[in-house]
Design a binder for this molecule. Structure first.
Ligand code: ADP
Ligand code: ZN
Ligand code: ZN
Length: 758
């Protein structure tokens, strides 16, 4: 096994005590410090074994009895470990380009800021083939291109009736080469048509090292920008070539995407140049890709997200790394894509919680993106209708440039009217207020679409015994099992546990067990009963599980084959439904009084987003929100579409309570099969914390709302400081000590810096 060389690590101090070292000068060898995917926060020393190796290269090394692939992060001429204990690398993957210094720096920073083991941080950012202990496959893909003869002959030399041959010629003439799938996109009969061209040697087949992701077409020109859009574009364009964070605050439909596209265009005028566009959700990439593609058909664009297969992801990564892909669109993991000619970053829906990774290294892709922009000396544009209060605060105090789009871009598209409707228990029928039902009826009569938003899937959140009030619990989590009537099952939405619906109460034997509360399936069933003639579509995680299901559903909506959409927040984001004029929101009240101080911020963003689905085109929209608390300040601001007012009230509350963005937090979480070791670990961690001088507040361990998850008892402790720097300084020291606690080995623990949920 290799040896740790992180001088700060207490583990190493232990090691030193047991195995006194002499500093040996290994003048014949180069020592490589290698990042490996193991849970120790350190690099490991190997010697180069006579290979020539560069920093950033992947190497195969022996580690215990295993062989692991790692990344060389440093080269030096000495090691603190005795020469005879340092092993040589087994193989250097010379066929792969080394990772760039730029990306290694970002990853090192991220690992240190989020206190993640360096090797895990680096390795987990790579596409799977670059984690495997073998060289990444070199894909040989076949493509076609015009020969010099073919090009010289010209399209007119082809017979008029050979329509498809002519089409292929035109497509090939606009690209270096096109792969089979690009030709297939032109016509299913392409193979037959390309044959005579190959026979005449007008076209030849070639091995492509990279894919041409597109068949070129004519660009569609964009609209003339309105003055606010133009101002935003000009302001950011003026920052090209230097670091600047800009926050684009614009309601849904105000033309933010149009601003992004104009800026992309400006940035890509330079050559070489690349732009990175981050989106919160995989489902949003195809839409955006489509819009970008029709605007920039000649730009090579790739997407990166976790649902692509390994080969695809590696290929797209390589296209970005080699600078050949000029536009990269991706979800949070794409923030670590090497892009040598990066000129601009756009983060769409910057407030979205999906930018935060929830396991492994718990990074915020938005924050890493800002860091990247700073390092690369380029502008970054954060866009949102409801910016995070952190970003909003930064804009208010002038750290970020604030750009505002105040109205909808299409002049005739008015903002929807937002109303609250009373929802006290006695007023509802099957969870619906009469007003909402009447509004639905009107839309059906007019042939317009409606959307009902309820952020809970399944049929009902609770199965309740009518006699003894027993409710079906998950045995592994402190949560109720959700009734999924269609599959006749009870499911835990936290751990995935499933069981059959019992025929009688296990406690008292009563057979009358009642699904209680509303989920998407029940709403769908109720509507089907009340409006038998309506075409209803449910969109939630259950109904969209199949690959491509979401895209199919969206095209049904656009094709006018749906009258009522029932869905969770999946529907709230990004989708544009021109014929949708009513949005009904069924159940928000639980979020209004949540213990989580960010719940109101999230609810406001979510409601603004769903509201934004209504009346996007010429038809005015209406939003009806059922609530028992219509006077809540959140609704007051929402009705007036006034994010600024809402943000001001929230920030004031946060300031008085000393909460983020007025302080900086980290949470140490621990879990184990029994609570005792969890408590012991956290108690010891608290005691350690008190021995470290620093301006931080360390709170006592508490149980989170979900006390038990997947059979593990959980607890956590919060650390808070007035500055990022103070927090980091404390965490550096504290984590080094916490790692060495004997009790740390008995629990699963993790640190979450800048947590979004506490
Ligand atoms: P956002 O990203 O803020 O939701 P979009 O950029 O998608 O907004 O714009 C909403 C709609 O308005 C789109 O159909 C877009 O084509 C159109 N649009 C945007 N800017 C303009 C403009 N300056 N003139 C006319 N239409 C525009
Ligand atoms: Zn009972
Ligand atoms: Zn569970």
């Amino acid at each position: 096994m290799g040896f740790q060389c992180d001088a700060e690590s207490k583990r190493k101090r232990y090691f030193n005590e047991f195995c006194p070292l002499t500093l040996l000068d290994l003048d014949t060898m180069t020592i490589l410090r290698v990042a490996l995917d193991v849970p120790l926060d350190t690099l490991f020393d190997y010697h180069d074994g006579g290979h020539s190796v560069e920093v950033g290269q992947r190497v195969l090394v022996p580690f215990g009895r295993r062989r692991l692939a790692g990344i060389v992060l440093e080269k030096t001429d000495h090691s603190q470990f005795p020469q005879d204990r340092i092993k040589p690398v087994l193989e250097v993957f010379q066929s792969e380009p080394p990772l760039s210094q730029e990306i290694l720096q970002i990853l090192r920073f991220a690992a240190s800021y989020y206190h993640a083991p360096i090797g895990q941080a680096i390795v987990s950012a790579l596409p799977a083939p670059l984690r495997a202990p073998r060289p990444a496959p070199h894909e040989r893909r076949l493509g076609y291109r015009l020969t010099a003869t073919g090009r010289a002959a010209g399209v007119e030399a082809l017979p008029r009736q050979a329509v498809l041959q002519r089409k292929l010629w035109l497509a090939l003439a606009q690209a270096e080469a096109l792969e089979a799938s690009a030709l297939a996109a032109i016509s299913a009969g392409w193979r037959a048509a390309v044959k005579p061209l190959l026979a005449k040697q007008w076209v030849e087949s070639v091995v492509l090292d990279t894919a041409e992701a597109f068949a070129p077409s004519q660009p569609t020109p964009g609209p003339v920008l309105n003055p606010e859009q133009q101002q935003a574009v000009d302001a950011v364009a003026a920052c090209l070539g230097r670091f600047q964070v800009a926050l684009l605050h614009g309601i849904t439909g105000s033309g933010k995407t149009e601003v992004y596209m104009r800026l992309l265009q400006t940035a890509l005028r330079e050559s070489p140049a690349q732009v990175l566009v981050l989106v919160p959700e995989i489902n949003l990439t195809p839409q955006l890709e489509h819009r970008f593609h029709s605007r920039f058909p000649h730009e090579r664009m790739v997407s990166l997200h976790s649902q692509m297969n390994d080969g695809e992801r590696l290929r797209n990564w390589r296209l970005a790394e080699s600078g050949r892909a000029r536009i990269v669109i991706g979800t949070r993991l794409a923030v670590f894509t090497p892009m040598p000619h990066l000129k601009l970053i756009v983060v769409d829906e910057e407030h979205d919680a999906s930018y935060k990774q929830q396991d492994g290294m718990r990074y915020s892709a938005r924050d890493i993106a800002i860091l990247r922009a700073k390092q690369a000396g380029i502008p970054i544009l954060l866009g949102s209708a409801t910016p995070s209060l952190e970003s909003w605060h930064n804009a208010r105090c002038g750290r970020y440039m604030l750009l505002t789009l105040g109205s909808r871009a299409i002049a005739t598209a008015r903002l929807p009217e937002i109303h609250t409707i009373p929802a006290a228990a006695g007023l509802l029928r099957d969870g619906f207020s009469p007003l909402l039902l009447e509004a639905l009826r009107q839309r059906l009569a007019r042939g317009e679409q409606s959307l009902l938003f309820i952020n809970r899937r399944g049929y009902a959140p609770v199965l309740l015994c009518s006699s003894c009030a027993w409710t079906a619990p998950c045995t592994r989590c402190s949560a109720h099992l959700v009734v999924h009537l269609r599959d006749k099952r009870l499911c835990c939405h936290h751990c995935g546990h499933e069981q059959r619906i019992p025929l009688q109460c296990p406690r008292c034997g009563n057979p009358d067990l009642r699904p209680t509360g509303q989920g998407t399936q029940r709403v769908e069933a109720t509507l089907a009963r009340l409006f038998p003639q309506a075409r209803i579509l449910r969109v939630d995680r259950d109904s969209t599980r199949r690959k491509g299901a979401m895209a199919g559903m969206m095209s049904d909506v656009h094709g006018g084959h749906v009258d009522i959409l029932v869905g969770t927040q999946m529907l709230a984001k990004g989708h544009d439904f021109p014929n949708l004029t009513l949005v009904g929101v069924l159940d928000t009240d639980s979020a209004l009084f949540s213990a989580d101080f960010r719940a109101a911020e999230r609810l406001f963003a979510q409601l603004m987003q769903v509201a934004g689905r209504a009346g996007r085109a010429e038809k005015p929209g209406q939003v009806l929100i059922q609530t028992a608390f219509p006077d809540h300040v959140l609704f007051h601001a929402l009705k007036r579409h006034d994010f600024t007012e809402f943000a001001a009230s929230q920030l004031e509350e946060r300031r008085m309570a000393g909460l983020p963005p007025y302080c900086f937090q980290a949470v140490l979480r621990a879990e184990a099969a029994r609570l005792a070791p969890v408590q012991e670990f956290l108690q010891e961690a608290v005691q350690l914390a008190h021995t470290i001088a620093g301006r931080v507040t360390v709170y006592d361990p508490v149980r989170p709302t979900l006390q038990r998850l997947k059979g593990l008892e959980r607890a956590q402790l919060l650390v808070q400081a007035e500055s990022r720097k103070a927090l980091q300084k404390f965490l550096d020291q504290w984590m080094n000590e916490v790692r060495t606690l004997p009790s740390a080995g008995k629990v699963r623990w993790s640190l979450d810096v800048d947590p979004l949920e506490i």
